[in-house]
Ligand binder design. Structure first.
Ligand SMILES: NC(=O)C1=CN([C@@H]2O[C@H](COP(=O)(O)OP(=O)(O)OC[C@H]3O[C@@H](n4cnc5c(N)ncnc54)[C@H](OP(=O)(O)O)[C@@H]3O)[C@@H](O)[C@H]2O)C=CC1
Ligand SMILES: Cc1cn([C@H]2C[C@H](O)[C@@H](COP(=O)(O)OP(=O)(O)O[C@H]3O[C@@H](C)C(=O)[C@@H](O)[C@H]3O)O2)c(=O)[nH]c1=O
Ligand SMILES: [Mg+2]
Length: 297
C-alpha cells in the first residue's frame, strides 16, 4: 500500500493516478482525519500500514501562515517528522515535498541543493523544519523541493490569473520575483519515476532534490504567458497579455515576505533519473490544454 497524504491537493491528487502502476494507492483527505493531530495520524498509519508514504499534505497558505504559525508548524514540520519516525520504525519508504521558500532569495543564480537556507516567512521556516526532521531520521527519504506549483484544479496562480483576466481589463503583477512555474502533474510523474527506482533499490535517490521545470521567469511574465496561451486556445478573456503591468514587490504588500530569487538548479535530479525536465513554457501549454478539457467536462 502506498499512502498519499493531502490527496485533495494539487500534487496529491495528481499522484493518485501517476502512482497507480506501482501498487495500491490510498489517498488521505480531510475526510480521513486531521493531519494536524498526531494521534489521528498515528491511527491512520496503524490502520493502513503503508510500505511507502508520499507526503503531499502541507499548510500552503503563505500569508495566512504568518498569523497561524502553530497550524503551519503542525502540518509542515511535525507531520513530516512523525511520518519519518514511523517510516524508520516500520521500514517504509518516504517521499516528501518542500519549497523554494526555504531559501532567502538573495543573488540571481540558481540555488543548489546544498546551499545555505534562510527562510523569510513562517511558511518557509516551518517547511525547512520539516525537511530537517526528515533528513535527521536517516532513512534515505527523498525530499523534492519544488516551486510555483499550479494546475487545472486547486488553488493556484494560473487559475487566479484566468479568473481575473475574465473579469478585469488590467492587472498589475510583480516583476522582480524570479522562479520557475511547475505543474502538479509534472511533479507527480517524476515522483512515480523516482519511486519506482526506490522500490527496486531503497538506497537510490536519498536526500534533497530540486524538482521544477527548466527555465526561469517572473510572476508578471508567467501571468502574460497564461493569458496569451489561453487566448491561443480560444478561451474568451476580457484582456490581453499586454494589459498586464509589471510592478515591484513593494507595490504588492503582503503579510509574508517572498524571496526575490527562487531559481532552483535541477541538474541533480536530471542526472539521478537520466532525464531532461520540460521547459516551463511548454509545460504551461500542456496544462492549459488540461484546463480547457477540465472546464468543458
Ligand atoms: N503550491 C505551491 O506553489 C508549492 C507547493 N510546494 C509544496 O508541495 C507540496 C504539495 O503542495 P500543493 O499540492 O500545492 O498543496 P495544496 O495546498 O494544494 O494541498 C495540500 C493538501 O493538504 C491538505 N491539508 C492541509 N491541512 C490539513 C489537515 N490539517 N488535515 C488534512 N489535510 C490537510 C489540504 O487540504 P485543504 O485544502 O482542505 O486545506 C490540501 O488538500 C507541499 O509540500 C508544498 O509545501 C512547494 C512549492 C510550491
Ligand atoms: C494575484 C496577484 C498576485 N501577485 C503576486 C503576489 C506574489 O508575489 C505572486 C504569486 O502569488 P501567489 O499568491 O501565488 O504566491 P505564493 O502563495 O507566495 O506562492 C508560493 O506558494 C508557496 C506554497 C510556495 O511554496 C511557493 O513556491 C510559491 O508558489 O504574485 C501580483 O503581483 N498581482 C496579483 O494580481
Ligand atoms: Mg498562494
Amino acid at each position: 500500500m502506498i499512502l498519499v497524504t493531502g490527496s485533495d491537493g494539487q500534487v496529491g491528487y495528481a499522484l493518485l493516478k501517476t502512482l497507480a502502476p506501482l501498487g495500491a494507492v490510498k489517498g488521505l483527505t480531510r475526510a480521513d482525519g486531521d493531519l494536524a493531530n498526531a494521534e489521528e495520524v498515528a491511527a491512520l498509519l496503524d490502520k493502513y500500514q503503508p510500505r511507502c508514504i508520499v507526503n503531499a499534505a502541507a499548510y500552503t497558505a503563505v500569508d495566512q501562515a504568518e498569523s497561524h504559525p502553530d497550524t503551519a508548524q503542525a502540518l509542515n514540520a511535525q507531520l513530516p517528522a512523525q511520518l519519518a519516525t514511523w517510516a524508520k520504525e516500520n521500514g517504509a519508504l518516504l517521499v516528501h515535498y518542500s519549497t523554494d521558500y526555504v531559501y532567502d532569495g538573495s543573488g540571481d543564480q540558481p540555488w543548489q541543493e546544498d546551499a545555505p537556507t534562510g527562510p523569510l516567512s513562517v511558511y518557509g521556516k516551518t517547511k525547512l523544519a520539516g525537511d530537517e526532521a526528515v533528513l535527521a531520521a536517516g532513512i534515505g527519504a527523498i525530499i523534492f523541493r519544488t516551486s510555483w506549483v499550479y494546475g487545472a484544479r486547486g488553488r493556484n496562480f494560473m487559475l487566479t490569473m484566468l479568473k481575473l483576466a475574465s473579469e478585469r481589463d488590467q492587472l498589475s503583477v510583480v516583476s522582480d520575483q524570479w522562479g520557475t512555474p511547475t505543474p502538479a502533474w509534472m511533479i507527480a510523474e517524476v515522483t512515480a519515476i523516482a519511486l519506482r527506482e526506490k522500490l527496486g533499490n531503497a538506497k537510490a535517490l536519498a536526500g534533497v532534490y530540486h524538482l521544477t521545470c527548466r527555465g526561469e521567469t517572473t510572476w508578471c511574465d508567467f501571468s502574460r504567458a497564461i493569458i496569451s496561451g489561453a487566448g491561443d486556445l480560444g478561451v474568451p478573456l476580457n484582456m490581453s497579455a499586454d494589459q498586464v503591468s509589471p510592478i515591484p514587490t513593494a507595490e504588492y504588500p503582503a503579510p509574508a515576505p517572498r524571496p526575490l530569487n527562487s531559481r532552483l538548479s535541477v541538474t541533480r535530479v536530471e542526472q539521478a533519473l537520466g532525464l531532461e525536465l520540460p521547459d516551463w513554457r511548454y509545460a504551461l501549454q500542456l496544462t492549459l490544454r488540461d484546463w480547457v478539457e477540465f472546464r468543458n467536462n
